[in-house]
Design a protein around this ligand. Structure first.
Ligand SMILES: Nc1ncnc2c1ncn2[C@@H]1O[C@H](COP(=O)(O)OP(=O)(O)OP(=O)(O)O)[C@@H](O)[C@H]1O
Length: 419
């Protein structure tokens, strides 16, 4: 990773310079009737740096959305949280509702929602929703100024001005997504939190959506010509087999005069992050945490990948190493990639465990062909990897993805974290 990526293991500690979001020991547990509990998120540690896209992947029900809700202070009443999630000196987990409403949502964290059509108010035009948000978050006043600011906000997300007076139901899925992205960008929040932003979109639209998110983090702005829905985004490049498509858009290849170099950077594109982050628009200072179960979308956009299983981050790796060579190191991560249609198309055997009834040791062990008796004990976390029997790494060096190799013991029992 480039310098912007924050090396981190799982131990509590100070976040590095440039860190936008720093999560330490985050756990979320739901209390249910008759003393039952669901450990939805357990001991999550991650940092996201300015200019970085961290993608959180994992099967349905592993805790991804609960993690996102915790970062927005939107966990249900029966949830207990532990740990910290700091942004701009504020702990999102302990902030009161007034602070969350006034300082966090929209201003420090811009949410790109899972279902844009549902997120938008159905009975109001996109223009009126943008004007309201601009008035609220950017303190713009006056009819003419509001109109201009709303149009500028739409343009940032490549939402076409001639569709501003439409209602959400009159928009295609792609334009609804851009409208939602425009709203998320209004407050200039340092963190964009995208929770399954590509659910229900066809492949081409998935590619275009993640490319646009990438541009907003890279500071290269909206794609030129992306306001039309008539064809692929200028540099979406189609399906090129994977090796070069990640970061192609991020390097700013689509914008006028941006000198797009197609796939020249190839699989190593992530390591040239600093270059493409400094697009014509300059570094945005913004970070993206994207949650998805779509590994193809993750490959396209991620600088780093965090893999979640049964509420825990089991692997946190540089995306280039993860999707290329040497590949994922955790057997679960490897299984996720092998299950892709354009890879081996072999599903992981078995099903994930109930989060209300987790085993004492490695939660993946019952599905893992590398498991031994040792796996009945919780794996320690080393260099972002929680496994007793990981696949080999890139060889001598600082560990997977150049991350810190500090070893910390696994949390013995999440109960302790909630004391
Ligand atoms: N209010 C709640 N009470 C009890 N359990 C809950 C509550 N909300 C979520 N859960 C449980 O938390 C776990 C994690 O759910 P979450 O929605 O975060 O998964 P996910 O990884 O986002 O899945 P998906 O990709 O399907 O959205 C699930 O077992 C879910 O049933």
């Amino acid at each position: 990773m480039g310098a912007a990526a924050t090396a981190e293991g799982t131990a509590p500690g100070a976040a590095g310079p440039g860190t936008v979001l720093s999560v330490r020991g985050l756990s979320v547990r739901f209390r249910l009737a008759r003393g039952r509990r669901v450990d939805a998120v357990t001991d999550v540690n991650l940092d996201v740096a300015a200019g970085e896209c961290l993608v959180l992947v994992g099967e349905s029900g592993c805790g991804k959305s609960v993690l996102a809700s915790a970062l927005l202070g939107l966990v249900p009443a029966n949830a207990e949280t532990a740990g910290s999630a700091r942004i701009a000196g504020l702990d999102l987990l302990t902030a009161d509702e007034r602070t969350l409403a006034r300082r966090v949502r929209g201003r420090l964290v811009g949410l790109v929602p899972q279902s844009p059509a549902a997120h938008l108010t159905p009975v109001r035009t996109i223009r009126s929703q943008l004007e309201e948000t601009v008035a609220e978050l950017a303190a713009v006043r006056g009819r003419t100024a509001l109109r201009a600011a709303a149009e500028a906000a739409a343009a940032r997300a490549a939402f076409p001005a001639d569709h501003l007076d439409r209602h959400p139901h009159q928009l295609s899925g792609g334009l609804a997504q851009r409208a939602a992205t425009a709203l998320a960008l209004v407050g200039d929040a340092p963190l964009l939190l995208a929770d399954e932003p590509t659910t229900g979109l066809d492949r081409d639209l998935v590619d275009r959506t993640v490319d646009e998110l990438r541009r907003h983090v890279a500071g290269t702005g909206a794609a030129a010509g992306a306001g039309t829905e008539t064809g692929p985004a200028p540099d979406s490049g189609g399906r090129d087999g994977g090796a070069g498509r990640r970061h192609a858009a991020a390097r700013g290849g689509g914008g006028p005069g941006q000198g797009g170099d197609g796939d020249a950077a190839g699989r190593g594109g992530g390591r040239e992050a600093a270059a493409w982050r400094r697009g014509p628009g300059g570094p945005s200072g913004r970070a993206l945490l994207m949650i998805t179960h779509d590994l193809a979308a993750a490959e396209r956009i991620a600088d780093r990948v965090a893999v979640m299983y049964a509420g825990r981050i089991v692997e946190l790796a540089d995306a280039t190493a993860f999707f290329g060579t040497p590949g994922p190191r955790h057997p679960y991560s490897r299984g996720l990639l092998r299950a892709l249609p354009d890879r081996d198309f072999v599903p992981i055997p078995g099903t994930p465990p109930e989060l209300g009834d987790l085993p004492a040791g490695c939660a993946f062990a019952p599905r893992c062909d590398r498991a031994t008796g040792l796996c009945a004990t919780p794996p320690p976390v080393t260099g972002g990897l929680a496994c007793h029997h990981p696949f080999p790494g890139p060889g001598p060096g600082p560990g997977p993805g150049g991350m810190a190799t500090e070893t910390v013991p696994a949390t013995p029992d999440p109960e302790d974290a909630h004391a």
